[in-house]
Design a protein around this ligand. Structure first.
Ligand code: NCD
Length: 309
């Protein structure tokens, strides 16, 4: 029905030029927001429907903030209080909501490719806010914006992703984006959390089973939570032992180099993948910057949804 619309179902569908154009647009919104809280009426005639079938703090609020900063109205639909609780099927629910003719849909879902499926049922742009362990394009874009601001570039940087890469949509989308933009990728994970394949076409991903081996020479270290909800049984039963081997601390970050910076998409599990003093580090941890960049990045994504020819 609607796949010529400017959906954003994944980084996979974007080429390097489209990614750079989104990042430039996001940076121009970031500059405007930097000067004080800025609001426009660009999307004042738009109503955006947010469908979150999975829990979210950052992503849902950040899309809503972005939409409202551009003047749009936002409706938050919630699976818990919907007719799906009365056994309505997913397809009927989606078709019912589509019949109300929202101007755009932002969706998070536990099923792989659900946003793509929804895009085939809606006559408006559909934006993926995270599906299963597949893609989380807005997170990868806000991470890229954060790296570009902190390091001045992406091409040629060594970005090391640590932790539960096998179950992470954040890692997947980030690897695709960073590969398209010419970064060098490494993954550090225990055997149980290491993916079998990597979604990269240009470069390669170097894999390591310890921080000591994988960190030296990294410009950016991205740390990930263990995604217990996406495992059939707990692959990491002992989180204290996991922290001893894979928990990032300021001392361990020094192994990467004194200029290396830390990122985490949140939610952080302190004492599991990251220590308190690393998570709260005033200069080497970019987590709050990532959260702040979520808003201009999602403004750019919404702007694209309504402006692409
Ligand atoms: C992540 C997600 O939901 O994919 N969080 C986020 O959106 N910032 C990562 C996670 O849940 O671990």
């Amino acid at each position: 029905m609607s796949n010529t619309l400017p959906h954003l179902t994944g980084i996979e569908d974007l080429d390097k030029e489209e990614i750079i154009s989104l990042l430039d647009r996001a940076q121009s919104y970031a500059d405007k927001l930097e000067k004080g809280n800025w609001k426009s009426d660009l999307l004042k005639d738009k109503v955006i429907l947010q469908l979150f079938f999975e829990a979210s703090t950052r992503t849902r609020i950040s899309f809503e903030m972005a939409a409202k900063r551009l003047g749009a109205s936002v409706i938050n639909w919630n699976a818990e209080s919907s007719s799906m609780k009365k056994d309505e099927s997913f397809l009927d629910t989606i078709q019912t909501l589509g019949a109300m003719r929202p101007d755009a849909v932002v969706i998070r879902h536990a099923e792989y490719n659900a946003p793509y499926f929804v895009s085939t049922q809606m006559e408006c742009p559909v934006i993926n806010a995270g599906d299963s362990y597949h893609e989380h394009p807005s997170q990868a874009l806000l991470d890229a914006l954060t790296i570009r601001q902190a390091k001045g570039k992406i091409e040629g940087l060594t970005v090391t992703i640590c932790g539960d890469v096998a179950h992470s949509r954040v890692a997947n989308s980030n690897m695709m984006l960073l590969d398209k933009l010419g970064a060098k990728l490494r993954v550090i994970a225990p055997y149980e959390l290491m993916p079998e394949n990597f979604p990269v076409a240009k470069g390669e991903v170097k894999t390591f089973s310890s921080l000591e081996e994988g960190l030296p020479g990294s410009d950016i270290v991205m740390v990930l939570r263990i995604q217990k909800e996406r495992m059939e049984s707990s692959l990491i039963p002992d989180t204290t032992q996991y922290f001893r081997s894979f928990g990032l601390t300021p001392d361990r970050l020094d192994l990467a180099g004194l200029e290396a910076l830390v990122m985490h998409p949140g939610p952080m599990n302190r004492g599991v993948e990251i220590s308190d003093d690393m998570a709260d580090h005033p200069t080497r941890c970019l987590v709050k910057k990532q959260v702040a960049n979520g808003i201009p990045t999602r403004m750019a994504i919404l702007d694209r949804a309504f402006s692409k020819k």
